[in-house]
Design a protein around this ligand. Structure first.
Ligand code: MRU
Length: 349
């Protein structure tokens, strides 16, 4: 199944519980938008495009739950529900983008309450289906950047699980592999939640793509020894100048790649580009609970002194100077990013 999908028989949102992978493939169902909000917060579903689609279906649930008697009241209730869903995770702009797209779509709706409920679900389904198409398009463009025999460092999880299906950066790698290119992926384990070690490795195993997991702090070693040809990652929010917020650790990886003249690519749909922010310093960075850092155990025992405190920023910002190019569904964007990103975002599709 897709990472998340609407069950049209039962009118429920179903999704893969990513917290259980790779041990168990567990499907959870939600009938209440507040459950979806919690699922986003607790990372049952994660990855920028996937949480955008989850938010959209969350609004479809809110519309279904509502007992509003007229469309004005329903619209007000949906705006309130959207505010709650949006607060679940602040960095990935796809969340805001998807909610805004649905609310603007129904802003001038002329019809009855039942019709508006249907309109919300139709738009949410469109967002989900478009995501898959967009990812496949990005994958085609991006695969051209990969050569036969490349070793690639990949950060976090940007595969099918981070999206509705196929993936962003990992989708590019998957397409290049399906084109017959021999590849090797060094998978950053991605502390503290280990999206690389748990999810990316699980996906690569299923696709038959050769990989090895490395601890995040090993990337510099491989880059400096000429053992890596490319670095690929996704993005949770890209500012107008190309600075990109992505999973914590991306900045150090890009910095080391830049220092060693290894090309760095960020793969983002245009829905991840936030032209309203001039630079990456303006992107809100989510701080998650310190337990995610402190839960680390070795041989069944906590590795930290009792009472240790931790900091847990979930994302960092990679300056655009470290990016060789940005892969979007509308083509590959090269510097100068401010000018070229604006152009690509304004193309009428
Ligand atoms: O905290 P997560 O797991 O939601 O973070 C996900 C990432 O940082 C991905 O790299 C990002 O969403 C881009 S790929 C779809």
């Amino acid at each position: 199944m897709r990472t998340l999908e609407w069950d049209y028989q039962k009118n429920l949102l179903k999704m893969i519980d990513q917290r259980q992978l790779p041990g168990e493939l567990c499907i959870v169902s939600y009938s209440d938008y507040r459950q979806v909000t919690t699922a986003i917060k607790e990372m049952v579903v994660r990855g920028a495009p996937a949480i955008g689609a989850a938010a959209a279906f969350g609004l479809a649930l809110a519309a279904q739950q509502s007992s509003a008697k007229n469309v004005e009241t329903l619209q007000k209730e949906l705006t309130k529900a959207a505010e709650k869903i949006q607060a679940a995770r602040p960095t990935a702009v796809n969340l805001t983008w998807a909610l805004h797209r649905i609310l603007s779509n129904i802003a001038n709706y002329r019809g009855d309450v039942q019709g508006m409920r249907k309109a919300v679900l139709v738009e949410a389904q469109k967002i989900a289906d478009e995501d898959v198409m967009i990812n496949k398009r990005m994958a085609e463009y991006g695969a051209a950047l990969i050569n036969d025999g490349d070793t690639i460092i990949h950060h976090c999880n940007t595969g099918a699980l981070a999206t509705v299906d196929w993936g962003t950066a990992l989708g590019v790698i998957r397409t290049a592999f399906e084109q017959g290119k021999r590849l090797h992926v060094l998978v950053d384990e991605t502390r503290p939640r280990l999206q690389g070690a748990r999810l990316t490795a699980w996906e690569l195993k299923q696709y038959g793509i050769p990989y090895e997991i490395i601890s995040d702090n090993a990337a510099g070693h491989f880059l400096s020894r000429g053992m890596v040809q490319k670095v690929f990652f996704g993005g949770d929010r890209m500012a107008a100048n190309g600075d990109v917020a992505n999973k914590i650790g991306t900045y150090m990886l890009a910095l080391a790649a830049h220092r060693n003249k290894v090309p760095v690519y960020s793969v983002v749909p245009t829905s991840t580009i936030d032209l309203s922010l001039a630079h990456g310093g303006l992107i809100p960075i989510e701080e998650r609970p310190q337990d995610e850092v402190l839960n680390l155990q070795v041989e069944g025992k906590s590795v930290f002194p009792k009472g240790a405190k931790a900091r847990n920023p979930a994302f960092d910002v990679t300056p655009h100077q470290f990016l060789t190019a940005i892969v979007t569904e509308r083509g590959i964007v090269y510097p100068p990013f401010r000018k070229n990103l604006k152009q690509v975002c304004n193309i009428k599709t």
